[in-house]
Design a protein around this ligand. Sequence first.
Ligand code: UDP
Length: 350
Amino acid sequence: MINKNIKEAIDNYKSCENTNCKCHEDVINHDLSPFKDGITKEQFDIAVTKGTKYQIIDRKVYRQKDCHFPSRCAGVEHYLVALAPKLPNMELVINTRDWPQINRAWGHQKVPVLSFSKTKDYYDIMYPAWSFWEGGPAISLYPTGIGRWDKHRLSISEAAEKWPWNEKKSQVFFRGSRTSEERDALILLSRSRPELVDAQYTKNQAWKSDADTLYAPPASEVSFEEHCKYKYLFNYRGVAASFRFKHLFLCKSLVFHVGNDWLEFFYPSLKPWVHYIPISPKANQEEIIKYIEYFQQNDSLATEIADRGFQQIWDNLTVKDVKCYWRKLLKNYAKLLKYEVKKDIDLIKV
Ligand code: UDP
């Protein structure tokens, strides 16, 4: 079955065009399509209550004074300021919370809010997360917050060179906090089969007692580079998509991605069985073991998928791609505004 899934996926796979961030273009078209008849001032005024207001006027960027998460706003502004000299006037609402805002199923009115992550149930328009530059969660290893994707691309891919496939441990590895209970099955499996899986919960800011790490003391945090020592790396959703996903591919290890609901803008460019192994969030410990053992026994298949996953991220999630995505998104968004944007004097220049 696994073999058949891989064969079918590879037979049907067409690689995307690797120029001008084309691999991600469909996501922009898809997310803006609910607004194809244009965005009115009334819609924008409702959206403003859901995030931080920005304007780009005469090639300069302005923001409402308060920003709920200053380092997240700074991570976003890094791109806006760099791109503003070539952008038309516009105003937009950027949500820097962990979760999206405009849910179809809950009957929310369709208004334009930019969010870093969402599921299909949301009208939110995905933008590249702040943490490509700065403002990701601060953990002991990254005390100022996870960011600088440009630097991580280099340092993690260098670590991958130090740990070529044949020298990696034939074991699953996961470190992270309990931001979603979906992670529990793997943590419990690690306790019963430690030779197969090394998966442990770390503390996050919400940690109060060992109950929050599933009744075990919190494990020490482990850098992305250290993940490269292992053949099999698991990714899970957290509150929304986890920033972990893109980093895991750079190790040239085989990525197991649990669940497919929570997205960031680049997820659709990665294909199940071609670049990673999809796992159901409902998979029990036995099913997880079945997958791991399959790839232990089919080592060359595992390394082929790992290499393709690495290459997809290496080639199509460059700093240039992130900037290109922002540029296309903002240009296309600006075309939809049905009214003339007037400078809001309450905003501050960034
Ligand atoms: N992280 C890490 N090493 C660790 C624990 C976490 O690099 O030992 C990173 C992890 O990859 C993610 C971020 O810190 O990008 C937050 O991880 P956590 O599991 O706490 O939350 P998530 O954002 O995945 O829900």
